[in-house]
Write a protein that binds this ligand. Sequence first.
Ligand SMILES: [Zn+2]
Length: 353
Amino acid sequence: MDATASPPVAPEYNVTGIDFADRSHFRYTGPPLIDFHAHVMQTRPTDPANGPPPGTGPGASTDQAALMLEVGREFGVTHTLSMCFPDDIPPLRARLGSALSFNGSIQKKSISDPDEEAYRLLERFLELGVKVIKFWAAPRGRERGLFVDAPWRIEAARRARAAGVGIIMVHVGDPDLWFQGMYADAAKYGTKSEQYTGFERMLQLFPDMTWIGAHMGGDPEHPDHLQALLERYPYLSFDTSATKWQVREVPAHRDAIRALVCRFPERFLFGTDLVTRHNLVRDHYVSRYWCQRTLWESDWEGPSPIADPDYKPEPGGSATPYLRGLGLPAEVLRKVYHDNAARLLGVPVTASM
Ligand SMILES: [Zn+2]
């Protein structure tokens, strides 16, 4: 044996060596899935290995976007709502056409940027025909002034509404575990519950819009909180995206989340949060689609195949969270996977899979 050889490192997308080709536990047979939360972008050889690509640089390619959507089709996903830079929209449309709709993220690069920057960005997205706008307001964006209810976001929501955009997606909150770690400084980041003050203010200011709380409203750890929000705001829905987070927390609150989705089947939307990156292999995309479908529709149980740096294994337990499928009823799945998103995006209803 070669003593200098290091042991093979399992890839992040399959640390348990699972056979992703085994999909015999999938139950869903309804109309094709719509991914309501993904980041299908052009990628470049100069992109950082982690973190979002900057959206500029030489060698822009739509190959990863095409690969991701090809893998998606294998899992029954025929339409994806993508967040990407405005410059990415024309080339993605040229290659992938009706498989994509677009969600424009309204941001400012720095806190000193004039509000006009955000309005110019909104104008570009509106010219490009986005169907949704997004306010990213994670705690780590506070230093950059990215509050969900910042005055320039209120104005952007007004302008989007006047231009006919009726849907706003919001990222508030982050995993509870992060508030014990990177967000422990509550004076700087706010507590987790404080994240929702601005969000509720926006919900009250714009009751005539459809609001989407990304990543299970940012609070899969507290289904009772999600239920209270759904009851208080009938025009609010949640997407199921951020696969590692949901695979860790949804099975940990399986019965409560299952009951919640079954009680409000019109208010949940399938999403992955997949991001195209320049050098990703096919199985990275496979792993997220596989886990999302396994989680919602099956009764499969076992350690998640995806590495999760936030997960603290129990002594003697598995290295990754224990994925336990919710086995949602067929009529609920049809709404979560297809009908709700088709209605919101105006995607034609297509034949069953
Ligand atoms: Zn996302």
